[in-house]
Design a binder for this molecule. Structure first.
Ligand SMILES: [Zn+2]
Length: 54
């Protein structure tokens, strides 16, 4: 019943390293899916041609 609430507040996982993206940046990946990327992986994300979402 409260699962949707948990999902709403659950920390997102980084699309690259798979860890919880605490300081997450929003990107679109190479298949145009919205993903989050942690701060450590933003450099890698940009090399992978991920596009920033605002
Ligand atoms: Zn990461």
């Amino acid at each position: 019943m409260l699962q949707w609430l948990k999902n709403l507040f659950a920390p997102k996982k980084c699309a690259i390293c798979g860890k919880q993206a605490i300081d997450a940046r929003k990107y679109y990946n190479d298949t145009e899916e919205p993903v989050v990327v942690c701060r450590n992986c933003t450099e890698y994300a940009e090399r992978r041609a991920f596009r920033k979402r605002s």
